[in-house]
Design a protein. Structure first.
Length: 194
């Protein structure tokens, strides 16, 4: 082939251009795309790593919070007696009334009211005494080691007493609370027997 030198040069440049474009299209471009994907994945992993490091740094704080919450739960549960302690607690309430100088006219335990992990244990009371003795009773109840609420208070004058210390009759409900342990399912008992 006898072509002028310029034409040979242009053909050579054209062939090289075609080879370069084909190489770029089929070999280099996919690799560049993979590199970009890997860079994006690496950025995402770096973000996850930073988050994991931050969480790892907070683990001691979370453990301390968990211990504190467990301690508070234990303290709260200690203030909730179990079933066998309720008679003693009710006796303490009755004794508080007597020590305060109240005449106890009615002391009637009412049915328990389950509320999930605890139950309300209400006692209907009717007492007679001076304002000071009623106040002293409430103070003594507040000092018991267990949680005790007084609700539905209805106070009125009754016969007796003096103008400076009139006799009062009060009706109210004293409510204490008890811990209700989780009931084990029959399936759990069957598994233990095996």
């Amino acid at each position: 082939l006898k072509l002028p030198r310029l034409h040979k040069l242009l053909i050579l440049i054209g062939v090289n251009l075609v080879i370069g474009l084909v190489s770029y299209q089929f070999f280099i471009s996919p690799q560049l795309y993979k590199i970009e994907e890997l860079k994006d994945r690496m950025d995402q992993l770096e973000i996850k790593l930073k988050e994991a490091k931050r969480i790892a740094q907070d683990i001691p704080k979370y453990r301390k919070e968990k211990q504190e919450l467990e301690k508070r739960l234990k303290e709260a549960l200690q203030r909730l007696p179990d079933k066998k302690e309720i008679p003693g607690l009710i006796e303490s309430i009755s004794e508080s009334g007597k020590k305060a100088g109240l005449k106890i006219l009615l002391f009637k335990p009412l049915p328990e009211k389950p509320k999930g992990f605890y139950a309300e244990v209400p006692v209907s009371m009717e007492v007679e005494g001076t304002f000071e003795s009623l106040f002293d009773f409430c103070y003594r109840i507040s000092k018991l080691s267990r949680i005790v609420n007084i609700t539905g208070v209805n106070v009125g004058l009754t016969k007796g007493g003096t103008p400076l210390a009139p006799m009062l009759r009060a009706k109210f409900v004293v409510t204490t609370f008890r811990f209700m342990p989780e009931k084990k399912s029959p399936k759990a008992n069957k598994k233990k027997k095996r």
